[in-house]
Write a protein that binds this ligand. Structure first.
Ligand SMILES: [Zn+2]
Length: 134
């Protein structure tokens, strides 16, 4: 079940494609078929920027077992365009220096590897922009 779901979502996750309602302008990521604001069914495809602003975050110290070797780590809510927020893990970050309003870059990375079946799961992770300069 899990790999099939990942596969289905792969194209839009890889390209950061979102859908913008042609009637009311609301943006959805991942895209959906019916706008939940105005029930319109026509969308314009838009590309999201890879840079965003940290809106909120949590430090995870007791993660699910698949992620236990990564703890502690941060999960943040990143706003890429006004009103559109993506939740993902923050990597390569000094957890003590994370702050609301910080600029982050979204990167497409390996999230989880299932050792038994060799299944790889990819998705977005956010990296502080200043981490690239150090
Ligand atoms: Zn709409």
């Amino acid at each position: 079940m899990f790999p099939a779901k990942i596969w289905r979502e792969f194209p839009q996750r890889y390209r950061l494609e979102a859908a913008k309602c042609k009637k009311c302008g609301k943006v959805f990521f991942p895209p959906r078929l019916v706008c939940n604001a105005c029930s319109h069914r026509e969308f314009e495809e838009i590309k999201l920027p890879w840079e965003g602003t940290l809106v909120s975050y949590t430090i995870i110290r007791t993660p699910p077992s698949a992620f236990s070797d990564q703890a502690p780590y941060a999960v943040g809510i990143i706003e890429t365009i006004p009103g559109l927020q993506i939740t993902c893990q923050i990597v390569d970050a000094d957890l003590d220096k994370l702050h609301i309003g910080q600029k982050l870059l979204l990167e497409f990375r390996l999230i989880q590897k299932d050792g038994k079946q060799g299944v790889l799961c990819y998705g977005y992770k956010a990296v502080p922009i200043d981490a690239h300069n150090s």
